[in-house]
Every structure is written in C-alpha cells, then in structure tokens.
Design a protein around this ligand. Structure first.
Ligand SMILES: Nc1ncnc2c1ncn2[C@@H]1O[C@H](COP(=O)(O)OP(=O)(O)OP(=O)(O)O)[C@@H](O)[C@H]1O
Ligand SMILES: [Mg+2]
Length: 221
C-alpha cells in the first residue's frame, strides 16, 4: 500500500531578486512501512521535499497524495487535520515548547486533538522512548540533546500517525547519541510506522532501507 505519492512536483520560491526552483519535477512514491532517507547537498531541496510530504508547504505544480487523499483539493482546516492525525514531525532543533515539561510536550498534540487519557498515554510514550519516569517532569533545558530528541520522537508519535518525518534528527547530536536515536527510529519503523529521514550522514542513511538522492531539486537516478 502506498502512503505517499508525489507526481511531478515542482516548487518555485519567488524572491525579489528572482525565483528559486527548490524542487524540479520530483516524483516519489513511498510504501507503508518503509524507512527511507533523503540525502543531497545543502540547498538541494531536502527540507522543501519533506515539508511538502508533511503538508507544511504546498507545491507550485504537481500532485501530492497522502494515504488516499489528494491534498491539492483540501481546504486549510482539512490539511491541518490530516497533519495532526497522520503525520508526526521530528526536527534537528527538537522544537520542544520550552515552558512545558517533557510529559506536557508529549501530551500537547493529544490535547489539541481532544484525545482522552492523554496523561497516561504520555507516560507510556515517555517510557517507550527509553526515558526514565522522573525526567518527565523536566523542562527541555533540563534535558540533554539526546533526551530532548527522545521527547520529540514521543511527541511525534502522540496521535499514532502513519508517517513520521524527521529533518536531520541527529544533526545536533554526538555520534553515540545519534546511533541511539537511529535505533529508536528503527524500532519504531519495525512496529509499522513509515519513516522518512533527511540526513547528511551516511551512517544515519545506513539504518534506512532506501536512499533518495536530490541534486539541484531533482531526484538523482
Ligand atoms: N521559504 C523560502 N523562500 C525562498 N527560498 C527558499 C525557501 N526555502 C528554501 N528556499 C531555497 O530553496 C532551495 C532548497 O532549500 P532546502 O531548504 O529545501 O534545502 P536543503 O536541501 O534542506 O538544504 P540544507 O541541507 O542546507 O538544509 C535553496 O536554494 C533555498 O535557498
Ligand atoms: Mg534542510
């Protein structure tokens, strides 16, 4: 079953000094349960591609199908719902809310969705990413980088999404911690999640089943 299908996607950013073709006629399909990496030089369009898959951005032309929905036809509120329910994001800078504890950060997407039992589920998710219970009360700045990224992964899984998208999730971590995070993502993939990870690091890519290479906004064949 296909969970993501991009057909001839082009993204052009208009700037005062001219336009930038960040993606040029990119077609990709991703099967349910895949673990895939996106590599390529800086500026090759990796983040743009991930943001389009995650419905954070829309293409200038081309089709984007997530699950069985063609997102071109969706209204903003429908896109928001799709993102909230089907997609989990993990970022290089972790992007946790600094004023909330680890547990509250994990709970947050569930509260937005109006899920019952979010406190208990938050505790389970914290445990599931290998963090000790007492760390749940810590704020992000009271956690190490690796611990913050574990919290971010738990948060990404809060609403049990089909797809997890990670943009350089180990970019701010040392190599030992990077391996731990990749093991965690691998285990998450083995439990059935489709995972797309953007990386510069061949070691990170080696955890994935397939690598898509971008050069100047195009898929390298
Ligand atoms: N919001 C934007 N407005 C204008 N140009 C943009 C915008 N976002 C990205 N670009 C341009 O699009 C191209 C692709 O950017 P993108 O961020 O996707 O690259 P990347 O492969 O993720 O790079 P990096 O490895 O440095 O993160 C670049 O030339 C970038 O300058
Ligand atoms: Mg990027």
């Amino acid at each position: 079953m296909r969970v993501v299908e991009l057909v001839e996607v082009t993204k052009v950013y208009e700037l005062p000094r001219g336009s930038v073709r960040a993606l040029d006629n990119v077609s990709v399909s991703i099967e349910a349960g895949e673990f895939i990496s996106i590599m390529g030089p800086s500026g090759s369009g990796k983040t743009t591609l991930l943001n389009i898959i995650g419905c954070l951005d829309t293409p200038t032309s081309g089709r984007v199908i997530i699950g069985n929905e063609n997102i071109n036809g969706l209204r903003d509120d429908q896109l928001t719902k799709l993102r909230r329910d089907k997609i989990g994001f993990v970022f290089q800078q972790f992007n946790l809310i600094p004023t909330l504890t680890a547990l509250e950060n994990i709970e947050y997407p569930m509260i937005l969705k109006g899920v019952n039992g979010h406190e208990e589920r938050s505790r389970q998710l914290l445990k599931g990413v290998g963090l000790e219970e007492h760390l749940g009360e810590n704020k992000p700045n009271e956690l190490s980088g690796g611990e913050q990224q574990r919290v971010a992964i738990a948060r990404a899984m809060a609403n049990d999404p089909d797809i997890i998208l990670a943009d350089e999730p180990t970019g701010n971590l040392d190599s030992k911690t990077s391996k731990d995070i990749m093991q965690l993502l691998k285990a998450t993939n083995e439990r059935g999640k489709t995972i797309v990870v953007v990386t510069h690091d061949p070691l990170v890519a080696s955890y994935t089943g397939r690598t898509l290479r971008l050069v100047d906004g195009r898929v390298e064949r």
